[in-house]
Design a protein around this ligand. Sequence first.
Ligand code: PRX
Length: 658
Amino acid sequence: MTDTPTLYEVPERVSAGSPSSVPDMNAWRREWLRARNNPDGFWLEQTRDRIAWRKAPTLGLEGSYSTVKDGPFSWFSDGTLNITESCLDRHLEERPDKVAILYEGDEPGAVERITYRELHARVCKAANALSELGLKKGERAIIYMGMVPEAAVAMLACARLGAIHSVVFGGFSSEALRDRIRDCGAEMVITQDEGMRAGRTIPLKETTDAACEGEHSVKSVVVVKRTGSDVGWTEGRDVWWHDVVEPASAEHEAVECAAEDPLFILYTSGSTGKPKGVVHTCGGYITYTSYTHQVVFDLREDDVYACVADVGWITGHSYIVYGPLANGATTMMFESTPLYPDAGRYWDMVERHGITTFYTAPTAIRALAAKGDDFVTKYDRSSLRVLGTVGEPINPEAWEWYHSVVGEGRCNIVDTWWQTETGGMMIAPIAPATPTKPGAASNPLPGILPVLVDKDNRILRGPCSGHLCVDYSWPGQARTVWGDHARYVATYFSTYPGRYFTGDGCRRDEDGYYWITGRVDDVINVSGHRMGTAEFEAALISAEDVAEAAVVGYPHPIKGQGVYAYIVLQPDSESDGGEALEKALNGVVRTQIGAQARVDTFQIVPGLPKTRSGKVMRRILRKVAERDVSNIGDTSTLADPSVVNAIIEGAGLTPPAL
Ligand code: PRX
């Protein structure tokens, strides 16, 4: 790699009052320096120690951020493996009867314990069945499911065949599912009759059928029976999972893959256009998720590890399925929600299962803190040792509540910053070594070289605020965007040439600790769900009454960010802009994106604040949505500056005096 890594300011001071071990921290500091000085050697050592390669790699990183426009960089490219041998086969000798997946369904106590021996057999059966249905190495299978064990089995069965899975979160609409099926040219969809969440059913098969209307590449739809309700059936295309998987052989020879063969595609939202299919590859991804899962959570053999995310997002891929299984851990899968049947559900599970390590999103913590401490304290949480968060910045109050109420002041809190594109955790405390500060993601993990830059790509040193970039690749980094490498290069490597741009703003304090401040692009983060404002806008302007729409995020006490939509009505619209219109527009958003997408606040405006070249000045719209117009900035480049006061007054605010 030709790019020169920049120096990282190693924190020298330690904040008081946190559970910490300074000698351990010094050891991790040395580890960070060792990895920086020889990244290839460091990662080759990690991968050889922790991954079951068929042919061990001798090459580290090839290519660089400077040459990425000519093609993806690679890690371990001369190695071959099947990652399911690391997640399953090799555990058959050391821990065959250890619980691999601890499953809890929607109803409390609906528990299934799947050992490594059983999981291996279930994955082999599924791989044989999917192969019999025609799924081959390199082909794509969409997994559109809720949180049932078969979702993980399906992911692993695809990986065993060398097929590329793309999990689509079960809340997405048929239109969103159709876009993904078409973008990746999926040969197969694996789904359920219905999902279950908080006592309600989710019509997964019906949505799949709607997504498969019209032209598409899907040859088979495999359906897991979850609720037993009647579902539509297309003969010749649809098969029941149990009909094909149960009779299949429990022995299966895993397909040998190259290190850089794609393992999965996961769609994620960006600033512009439709979601991108981010591609992760076998060897690097499994190495990185295994490494980070073990070091950050201080994993021990008898841990009961519970990440309560959904496999539809990257957190579920990396830290429910791949990282924990590669490490031979007991990993929980949870079908329900934190509030079902009441706000004590998580802590009830902690008591019943003896959970040691718990990983969730700040939104859930804020929602639960608002319900009061009794829901927590009535359960025994003495098994807990490490508490993690991910997905959005955690405010210090929520951090303190997690630490003092849930963790009784004795657990390590790890606020982990990372992204779909990074594959695994990047900036995070290492429990129990890192002294923590409420709200800070703290320090980069070994092998990670973050830099903060100004808008001219100049590196900022010492305490500062800037745009967060990373200066050197790591094995878990996404390699491309499915079918559109130019988009990958344009999105991540063109804003700051020679660096990976994360899209996040960040502050570094006097101890060198990193505090992520949120997205600096047009991505919003609602309840830890990443969404593009462009996707909302595309949905809104497709509605009959709407001429133009602009969407921004604004601070929300529970969800992190709320969604604020400015709507310009069609001149001939008869709508009065009231509740009926809002309901209709949210209906359109739900149909085009999914159940997780909803506008919180609508404002009908006479026009959008546009520059003379037609670009919407979002800065102004963000200020109004934040209800702080004291410092609205320069509006002289607007085509029609009068629109600004109309928007401010329309929001019930007073325009600043000029
Ligand atoms: O803005 C950051 C925020 O979530 C974004 C990544 O979203 P996604 O790809 O959906 O992955 C979420 C799970 C890894 C980031 O660009 N984010 C994630 N973790 C944190 C965070 N913001 C602050 N603190 C975090 N710990």
